[in-house]
Design a protein around this ligand. Structure first.
Ligand code: SAM
Length: 419
């Protein structure tokens, strides 16, 4: 299968069957060389990031194309409009794609539309409203309600670009030539390549973790007393477990998913970091003894990670999000029973939805008067006060840190048990 045919298959899976690109990627690219795999990833991601603009241009040249032609044209238009593929190559590979799919009857249509897109499409780009076109209205409306029009547009704008690769290191050493250190301590590489080929992978010197995803564990570490026994809830694949273990904590990591826990164990093995692991449901699991610190990185809508997962707006619906606050509240209620009097709990989600962040915390505090919100100290997050809300919670948005290349959207609250 050619790279474009793999990209076509992944795009179809996301748009027509709501299948996550990450879940089907390995299977779709097995026959390809590493360089072609990287091209497939870029092609599909760019197509999904710019889908609204691409469809807006296609509809100027064709009305209701059959699905196979529409998806092939989307792959072709992505190359012609956004990846600087020469016109003749963008046209001929798209025609080839429909032929390979046994859709010879569509060759004439695809050829004619691709010529128009490649010829006249770029001129249209300048006048398009990128934020509105490339974000499903139900999502943009939610962000506008939560953060205001300008911030919602800035969030949408941040999703248009490939994110950098962020690494957390076991020690302070630079993990690899060319990495830059962000104010919060994360190391950043402009481009990825094959993860296994980056220096220090085999030696377990670092693990991949977005700069924002590294903050909840830093917040817990900054609030811990002398007792370094901690429980990491919803822990797999283990980015935060590794941070806590590398900082010298005695960690118990809990996750419901056996396969994801196996991944966590593999990751800790590569990193040579210790942790006790338990496969269990955080809604009702109880520790043998109460601990000083608990981190709950709850399952969520993951809308803060769209720049890394541009398929998310197309594989999720608004209704899919509605169930999260109830689940998160149930997990938080049980997590709180694991903490000693005077101990601390960090709740985090990679969701932009306030209902999954502040909403869950405000409801918990209203129902549990022995618990208090503690303001997060700017010092534990590299003095990045712009990440803190008036309440002292963490709220990063993908539009922040534009000068560094952005970061994922995350929410975290630091709570303390009074008695
Ligand atoms: C956001 S991910 C965690 C990421 C992880 N903390 C890290 O830093 O690498 C959420 C995790 O919650 C787990 N999960 C979902 N529901 C759960 C439950 N009821 N009990 C335990 N784990 C659960 C999922 O299997 C998933 O691994």
């Amino acid at each position: 299968m050619t790279a474009r045919a793999s990209a076509y298959r992944l795009l179809q899976g996301a748009l027509r069957s709501r299948r996550a690109v990450d879940d089907s990627f390995d299977e779709a690219v097995t026959a390809l060389e590493p360089r072609d795999r990287a091209f497939v990833r870029l092609l599909v991601a760019t197509c999904l990031r710019r889908l609204g603009q691409i469809d807006d241009i296609l509809k100027r040249f064709v009305t209701d194309p059959p699905p196979p032609a529409e998806d092939a044209l989307r792959i072709g238009a992505t190359q012609a409009l956004f990846l600087d593929t020469p016109v003749h190559a963008a046209v001929s590979t798209t025609v080839e794609l429909v032929k390979r799919k046994g859709q010879d009857r569509l060759v004439g249509l695809v050829n004619a539309v691709m010529r128009k897109v490649a010829g006249d499409g770029k001129a249209v780009l300048a006048d398009q409203d990128e934020a509105r076109l490339n974000t499903p209205a139900w999502l943009l409306d939610r962000w506008t309600a939560a953060f205001g029009d300008a911030a919602a547009r800035a969030i949408a704008g941040a999703h248009l670009f490939e994110p950098p690769l962020d690494l957390t290191t076991k020690t302070d050493d630079m993990p690899v030539a060319g990495a830059t250190r962000l104010p919060t301590g994360t190391w950043r590489l402009a481009t990825g390549g094959r993860i296994e080929d980056i220096a220090g992978f085999k030696e377990g010197a670092w693990w991949i973790q977005d700069a924002a995803a590294a903050l909840p564990a830093k917040i817990l570490l900054g609030a811990l007393g002398g007792d370094r026994r901690v429980i990491d809830l919803c822990a797999a694949p283990g980015g935060k477990t590794a941070q806590l273990a590398a900082a010298g904590c005695k960690v118990t990591a809990i996750d419901l998913s056996k396969p994801r826990m196996a991944l966590l164990k593999d990751n800790l093995k590569r990193l040579d970091l210790p942790a006790e692991t338990v496969v269990a449901d955080v809604k009702n699991w109880k520790p043998p003894t109460l601990v000083d610190g608990v981190l709950l990185d709850a399952p969520c809508s993951a809308t803060g990670t769209i720049r890394r997962h541009p398929d998310l707006p197309y594989i999720k619906r608004a209704e899919d999000f509605a169930r999260f606050p109830e689940i998160q509240s149930a997990l938080l209620a049980n997590a709180a029973t694991m903490v000693k009097p005077g101990g601390v709990l960090v709740y985090s989600v990679c969701a932009l939805e306030p209902a999954e962040g502040e909403g869950v915390i405000d409801a918990f505090l209203a129902a549990n008067p022995t618990w208090r919100r503690r303001k997060i100290a700017p010092g534990v997050i590299g003095d990045q006060s712009e990440f803190l809300t008036a309440n002292g919670d963490l709220r990063t948005l993908p539009s922040m840190w534009a000068e560094h290349g952005g970061l994922d959207g995350f929410y975290a609250a630091l709570l303390t048990r009074a008695d």
